[in-house]
Design a protein around this ligand. Structure first.
Ligand code: ZN
Length: 96
């Protein structure tokens, strides 16, 4: 036996080899960038402005055009739409 590096049984107990296939797969699935991307205040304002159920909005509250109530937003962030999104969802669900 002169060379045993390329044996046929390399797929059972052999060392893990970094193949180009794995590299390509890693490139195809980069760490989620979009999900964590923070929207700018301008984008958050635009989001509320384009929402048909937003009657009025301020930095820390949104007037629900559906039930005519002011929804308080997060105090640590201006125009944070998350509490509003939650209200709109439940508000519209009640109406249905
Ligand atoms: Zn509402």
């Amino acid at each position: 036996v002169t060379s045993s590096t390329a044996g046929p049984s390399s797929n059972s107990n052999g060392p893990v080899i970094f193949t180009p296939e794995i590299a390509a797969d890693a490139l195809a699935h980069p760490p989620a960038k979009r999900r964590r991307a923070k929207r700018t205040e301008e984008e958050r304002i635009e989001y509320l402005r384009s929402d048909p159920y937003v009657g009025q909005f301020e930095a820390y509250r949104v007037l629900c055009a559906s039930c005519d109530k002011w929804i308080r937003l997060r105090p640590n962030s201006t125009y944070c739409s998350i509490p509003w999104d939650a209200h709109r969802k439940s508000c519209l669900a009640k109406k249905m």
